[in-house]
Design a protein around this ligand. Sequence first.
Ligand code: MF3
Ligand code: CO
Ligand code: CO
Length: 246
Amino acid sequence: MIVKTDSDREGMRAAGKVVKAALDAAERFIKAGVTTLEIDAVVEETIRSMGATPSSKGFHGYPNASCISVNDVVVHGIPSLQVVKDGDIVSVDITALLNGYQSDAARTFAVGNVSEQDAALIAAAKAAFFAGMEYAKAGGHVGDISYAVQLYTELHGYGVVRALTGHGIGHKMHEPPEVPNFGKRGTGAPLRSGLCIAVEPMITAGSWRVYCERDGWTVRTSDKSKAAHYENTVIITDGEPEILTL
Ligand code: MF3
Ligand code: CO
Ligand code: CO
């Protein structure tokens, strides 16, 4: 959506706070020994306690309130009885709907002591997002963000996933335009003041190639390298972007 009124802006901000609170609750809860279903339950309780609903539940038949993706799972991991272990990296992706406004964000969390390489991978996903933010400004194009994310990621030796992209967001979880994590400057949709987008680098320690499992959801790296995901919902302005899920 393109935010035009104060009530739209306030609605997007409020939804963003719900998603941020649910991510924070997941982060506090995650430790070695918990199952991904237990993490999902914490996410769902937090969302509902704030009067919001988990948008992913029932979305194209998706069963849960969050996507929880461990190690070489890039995105859309389905919560299960899988127990997270010391040294795992766990991506949690949450979309919530509050008063008709959607917000979407993801983080990758370290469980206990992770390797230096895995900690660096997690940090690089976040840094790639902020590299994109340098170009997230009215007057530019979506491709400016895509280019910056790709450049940062590849310069640091990581793979940038191509099969999935960021997206517009507003009254629906996924709206135009697509926001790829690779591309060319000056291409793609124009960035207009008020445009709401979810920017979400998905990066790997190896190849950018991924495949989807037979369950129709779980996306894994093809070479079994680990992956990290960092996503926020953002409003484009004439100046700094307003990041709603920090
Ligand atoms: N939150 C995801 C995204 O970043 C989409 C989740 S798909 C669902 O776009 F099926 F789990 F909802
Ligand atoms: Co998401
Ligand atoms: Co998204």
